[in-house]
Structures are given as C-alpha cells and as structure tokens.
Design a protein around this ligand. Structure first.
Ligand code: SF4
Length: 356
C-alpha cells in the first residue's frame, strides 16, 4: 500500500489510507513487526529492542513479561514514540489500525503521531509522581488533558475531570480535584494517572509496571480497577510487568521478552501451563505455585541478564540456558516457530526442524 494522506491525497510518512479491504473489526488494533530501537552511546550500541513482533486485538489484554532489562518498557515507549535521545527507532513497523487509515508510528510525522497518542493509545507509567507536575493541581492537569482532547471549555472540563476521578475510585473528587500530587498516596496518584489516560477514550491502554511501586493491597485494588475499566469500556490493555502473578490475574495472552525480543507468545493458559521456551520455563520455576506447599523449592533463573553492551552470539539466552546445545545455540539465532495445533510462536532451536 502506498503511503497517502487520508485527508487530502498528498503523501504523508507513516500514513496509509484504508485497511487493505478488510473491516476495522477484522483487523488487529496494533501490529508490531520487526521493531528495532537502539541507543548509540559513548560506550557502544545498545540494541534495546531487537526485532519485536507482536499483535494486540480489540478488547484483548496482552501481558508482556520478562526480567528487568529485557526491553519491555522501551518497546512500549517506542509504540508511542516516547524514546528520548540518544535512542531511536531504527527499523520495523508499528501499525495502528484506525477507522479509515493505518498509521505506522515507526515512521509517522508529528500530526499523525498526535492522532494516535492519547486518542487511540494512552499510557500509564510505573511512577505516577514522576509523570505529573508538582506545581499544578490534579484539576489543572486532568482538565488540560480533557480540554486538549475533547475541546471542552474550562467549566465542562472540570465537571468531566470530577466524573473521571469518581470513576477511578477517588473519594470526594469535588474536593480532591484541587489538591496537588504531593498530597496524595501512590495508589491514589496511580488512579489519577489512569483517569488521565481514560480522558481521551483510548482503544488501547499501555500500563507499564503500573503496580510495582505500590504495596500488595493497593496493587490488588489497582489491578481490579484496570480489569473493571477494561471490561466496561472494551478497550485493549497491554500490561508490561515482571510479575507473572499480575500477568496471570489479568491477561488473555502473554508475550515473553528476553534481550529485546519476544521469545514465546500465546494464550495465557498455554504459555503458563505448558511453556516451551527454556526462558519461560525458568521464569515460571522461579515463582511460587498455588497448592505446591510452603516447603516447595523455588529455582531462580540461573545467572544474570547480560550487559546491554555485551550481547551473546547466537541465541541471546544461551549462557543461562539448561538446554544449551554447544556449536549450535551459540552460533545460530533462533527464528519464531509456529506449531499447527497451538496458537503463538516460540523462538528456540529445540523447535526448529533440523535440531531434531
Ligand atoms: Fe536454549 Fe538453545 Fe533454545 Fe536458546 S536456542 S533457548 S540456548 S535451547
């Protein structure tokens, strides 16, 4: 498809008119294909995202899991073009399917990016306090988002902001709307961030470790809130988390990332009950299972995630893998393998035909 301006027929980077003849309901909401995001630093090149492929459908909850440093957050920020220099997207596609056009966020220009950010895809971050201005009240910040995206006047924006705060469970929203972020707890601030994200009615909410900084009780409340909002609005959610328990509570599908790549993906039950990739198996072996008894021994994933500057050759997981095949895993980069009887894919040489 040629990139064309859906409004006027002039060429615009990253914008493709129409959806290839299929209705919008039949297309995924988001398709990430061969995405590369790199950071060129004085110490060398960091390939933070190294060929990620994934899709997310309308109304679906996808959990992206993996240890810290596996590129989950950079991948999520790349989708909204929130990568700061010296980082940049160096390859691949991030196709967002809208009613009448496909926007490729990897190459889109500023106006096209703004049609997606907030309106189609919104994001909540791990540390809400860092994402908010300490100098402005909640009402100022939420109201500005509402005015920007809905064109509401000041009075209407305040009314709508109060409604949003009530919807995310802030008590006495008429009073608290005039408070500053430092007057609120971490859990309350995360609710405000979710209200801000919802203010534009997004079709996809990316939640980047939304509960990591919270205590266990507040974490459960925020997850309940996200789940009920997802069910009420029908929006899709991409949940970035290192916590497999959080993924198990929330997700329909899981994508497991290691060193900038998706190494296994599929429906939650398939991946968690019958994992295929040695990394997925190791991750699942490191967390307690319900009913396994208090004496059950947990096995942490062997070794550490390698330095971003020293990426292993071949399969990047090979220095930590219990199924390592010398002369093969340290030489050949695995490609995604799909099995006819199981949705999803796994990138491991154990599943490639000539390894048998
Ligand atoms: Fe382990 Fe080899 Fe599979 Fe990599 S390709 S996960 S090293 S068995």
């Amino acid at each position: 498809m040629d990139p064309v301006d859906s409004a006027g027929g002039g060429r615009r980077p990253g914008l493709t008119k129409g959806g290839g003849g299929t209705s919008v309901a039949d297309r995924p909401l988001l398709e990430v294909e061969g995405l590369h995001t790199q950071f060129r630093t004085d110490d060398g090149l960091v390939r933070a995202v190294d060929g990620v492929d994934l899709t997310i459908g309308r109304g679906e909850v996808l959990a992206v899991v993996g240890e810290s440093g596996c590129g989950k957050s950079i991948m999520a920020r790349s989708i909204l073009r929130l990568i700061d220099k010296p980082g940049r997207i160096t390859g691949g596609h991030i196709r967002v399917h809208t009613e009448d056009a496909v926007v490729d966020m990897a190459t889109a220009d500023g106006p096209a990016v703004r049609t997606v950010r907030g309106r189609k895809i919104a994001m909540v971050f791990q540390e809400p306090i860092a994402a908010m201005s300490p100098m402005h009240t909640l009402g100022n910040q939420l109201g500005e988002a509402v005015r920007l995206h809905e064109g509401a006047d000041k009075k209407e924006a305040r009314k709508r902001s109060v409604e949003l705060l009530r919807r995310v469970g802030i008590p006495a929203p008429e009073r608290r709307i005039d408070e500053y972020p430092f007057q609120m707890s971490g859990g309350m601030l995360q609710r405000v961030m979710i209200a801000m994200a919802l203010s534009c009615g997004p079709e996809l909410l990316i939640a980047d470790e939304p509960t990591t900084a919270l205590d266990v009780t507040t974490q459960a409340q925020i997850l309940d809130l996200l789940r009920s909002l997802q069910q009420d609005t029908g929006m899709a959610v991409m949940l970035i988390t290192h916590d497999l328990g959080v993924a198990a509570q929330m997700a329909d599908r899981v994508a497991v990332m290691y060193l900038g790549r998706v190494v296994e993906d599929g429906p939650l039950d398939d991946v968690f009950r019958a994992p295929r990739h040695p990394y997925t198996k190791a991750l699942l072996g490191s967390v307690p299972k319900l009913g396994s008894g208090s004496r059950a021994r947990l096995t942490p994933v062997r070794g550490m995630v390698p330095s971003a500057y020293r990426r292993p050759s071949g399969c990047p997981f090979h220095p930590r893998c219990d199924a390592f095949m010398a002369g093969r895993c340290d030489v050949t980069v695995p490609t995604p393998v799909r099995e006819p009887d199981r949705p999803g894919a796994v990138s491991c040489l154990l599943y490639e035909e000539d390894s048998a």
